[in-house]
Design a protein around this ligand. Structure first.
Ligand code: 13P
Length: 249
């Protein structure tokens, strides 16, 4: 099975940079080893879609409204994303949980709205350094998953991907160890087993994210129970990102 590798550009890349990036990426991505989803900022999505049209590169959004439509100034709906050819959306990234105070209740509503509109949800979970130091990692992951996925039907889980992104590992250069990642994947699959089914727990795709680089990607992305990666900083370097997605096994 190919790895799923997701690039999260966060609030980076001007339109001219997006242009150069995608022209190079599309011409050099082989698509043999990995499926790739790239998540630019909202304003760059139509351009990115245009530049990836006819290629195997998929486009994702970094956020979506929990509401369908109406007087929600500044928001972007799932239906709009879908109309622009977006297939995936990141929900519950720690930037949004922490800096924009998004609760698990809101995340749950966003997931339901996105699924209803045919988007695949990449749901991010992960503990803070304080949680880790007080040995609460697994309780935190469990609580986030149970609240974020509450009320979903089992067949909807086919459009849900879980990304384990420990907050202390994001953008710090301190990636989790293979053991940390394998243990987290086990807990994630256990929670899915207890709340849904054995099949769902086996089939769900679990990604790791947090300071992935050209040296550590291979062991991390090949950890037991891990199906791919969610990459921030490194994904902005098109050559480095191409190297990973074209060579990962
Ligand atoms: P870094 O790869 O920069 O640590 O970011 C990870 C991340 O937050 C991806 O969503």
């Amino acid at each position: 099975m190919k790895k799923l590798i997701v690039a999260n550009f966060k609030m980076n890349e001007q339109p001219n940079e997006v242009k150069q990036y995608f022209i190079k990426f599309v011409s050099q991505f082989t698509g043999v080893r990995a499926d790739v989803v790239i998540c630019p900022t909202f304003v760059n999505i139509p351009f990115a879609r245009f530049l990836t049209d006819g290629s195997v590169v998929k486009i994702g959004a970094q956020n979506v409204s929990d509401e369908e439509q109406g007087a929600f100034t500044g928001e972007v709906s799932a239906k709009m994303l879908k109309a622009y050819g977006v297939e995936y959306v990141l929900i519950g990234h720690s930037d949004r949980r922490i800096k924009f105070k998004e609760s698990d209740k809101l995340i749950n509503k966003k997931i339901k709205t996105a699924l209803k509109n045919g988007l695949k949800c990449i749901v991010c979970v992960g503990e803070s350094l304080a949680d880790r130091n007080t040995e609460q990692t697994y309780e935190v992951i469990r609580k986030q998953l149970e609240e974020d996925l509450r009320g979903l039907y089992e067949n909807e889980l086919e459009s849900v991907i879980i990304a384990y992104e420990p907050i202390w590992a994001i953008g710090t250069g301190n990636n989790a160890s293979v053991k940390d990642v394998e243990n987290a994947a086990k807990v994630i699959r256990k929670v899915i087993l207890e709340n849904f089914s054995e099949k769902a727990s086996r089939d769900i795709q679990v990604l790791y994210g947090g300071s992935i680089n050209e040296k550590n990607y291979s062991p991390l992305l090949n950890s037991a129970g891990i199906d791919g990666g969610l990459i921030g900083g490194l994904s902005l370097n098109v050559n480095a990102f191409l190297n990973i997605v074209n060579s990962v096994k």
